[in-house]
Design a protein around this ligand. Structure first.
Ligand code: ZN
Length: 102
């Protein structure tokens, strides 16, 4: 049997423990179909061609460059799942996340 543990707190999620799955999908919000006339300006075309060739060369794969598309999956315990729903982006101060509802 596959062993599951909470990706946030490490709690053992072996059944009958409640396990919640969170799927996260992120992607660059650039749609080539929505290019405007400005985008087709010669400079931009050259710029994009440059970018594309750099991407092909793998030279723009610096640590600052996030992937265009990213899918992640997390297994969470009930407590961390509730927490996640309340604050999906972790904007609350860490100290406020330390309270125990149990
Ligand atoms: Zn947890």
């Amino acid at each position: 049997m596959r062993h599951f543990s909470c990706d946030l707190c490490g709690k053992d999620l072996t059944p009958p423990a409640a396990r919640y799955v969170v799927k996260l999908e992120g992607f660059a919000a650039t749609d080539p179909a929505e290019l405007t006339d400005d985008d087709l300006d010669e400079d931009h075309v050259a710029e994009m061609a440059q970018l594309l060739s750099e991407m092909e060369d793998g030279e723009s794969d610096g640590p600052e460059e996030p992937p265009a598309c990213s899918k992640q999956r997390f297994d969470l315990c009930a407590r961390c799942y509730r927490r996640f729903l309340k604050d999906p982006l972790g904007r609350e101060a860490p100290s406020r996340l330390d309270f125990s509802p149990n």
